[in-house]
Ligand binder design. Structure first.
Ligand SMILES: NC(=O)c1ccc[n+]([C@@H]2O[C@H](COP(=O)([O-])OP(=O)(O)OC[C@H]3O[C@@H](n4cnc5c(N)ncnc54)[C@H](O)[C@@H]3O)[C@@H](O)[C@H]2O)c1
Length: 199
């Protein structure tokens, strides 16, 4: 792997799981990270800074479904580190029951209700907000020492490629990410900007 010394990454969903592991791995390779999560990740950022004896991580609490909150997190990162080389649109949640449980014997008489679209909002809209930040930032910045303007990586899922019998809204959100990243990769080809999605 090429040296990541002083490269900067904006990571959503950085308080746990993939996002936190990624933040630690990138810092271990010399990069700096902006850790964004709806939950507090200040302690994890503080740990990384004390292990490295300098500011290598900042934490920003933000709900990625809010454009305003993500934008403020980006601004804080820009003020601290300058350019941002990588955006990881990673924050996501598992399927939540989006329709009320239906039992033909007991619930036929109940009113039809508005669905809960939290899974779609978080996994698709929230990640598209991160993408919208990334693409606009990349277009405005010069090529870096590696020869690119910026790289956007989105966390999809195998359910973005295959149907799920138990998580239809989750699968639709991840399929949206897969086809968004395929399309945006074509749109930004030749501009020094790459877009990819992982399973
Ligand atoms: N764990 C798996 O098996 C698996 C498989 C395929 C894809 N994924 C995807 O990987 C990504 C990371 O998941 P994970 O397994 O590390 O789970 P995780 O729950 O450990 O991490 C997700 C993080 O996202 C944060 N988050 C959730 N909603 C948010 C919001 N609105 N704003 C900001 N932060 C928010 C959570 O607080 C959490 O820290 C998700 O997009 C998930 O769909 C996970």
């Amino acid at each position: 792997m090429a040296s990541l010394q002083d490269d900067v990454a904006f990571i959503t969903g950085a308080a746990s799981g993939f996002g936190l592991a990624l933040a630690k791995e990138l810092v271990s390779k010399g990069a700096k990270v902006i850790m964004v999560d709806i939950n507090d990740c200040e302690d994890e950022a503080t740990k990384l800074n004390s292990q490295n004896g300098k500011i290598v991580a900042i934490a920003r609490k933000a709900d990625t479904t809010s454009w305003e909150q993500q934008y403020l997190a980006y601004e804080a990162g820009k003020v601290t580190f300058g350019r941002i080389d990588y955006f990881f649109a990673n924050a996501g949640i598992a399927e939540r029951p989006w329709l009320p449980y239906f039992n033909p014997a007991t619930t036929c008489g109940r009113a039809i209700t508005k669905p809960d679209t939290t899974t779609l909002d978080t996994n698709l809209k929230g990640q598209l907000y991160t993408a919208a930040l990334a693409l606009q930032v990349f277009e405005r910045q010069a090529f870096n020492k590696h020869g690119f303007r910026g790289k956007l990586l989105m966390t999809a899922s195998v359910y973005g490629l295959f149907p799920s019998a138990i998580a239809a809204m989750y699968a639709s959100s991840k399929a949206g990410i897969v086809n968004f990243s395929r399309s945006a990769a074509l749109m930004y080809a030749g501009k020094g900007i790459t877009v990819n999605a992982s399973k």
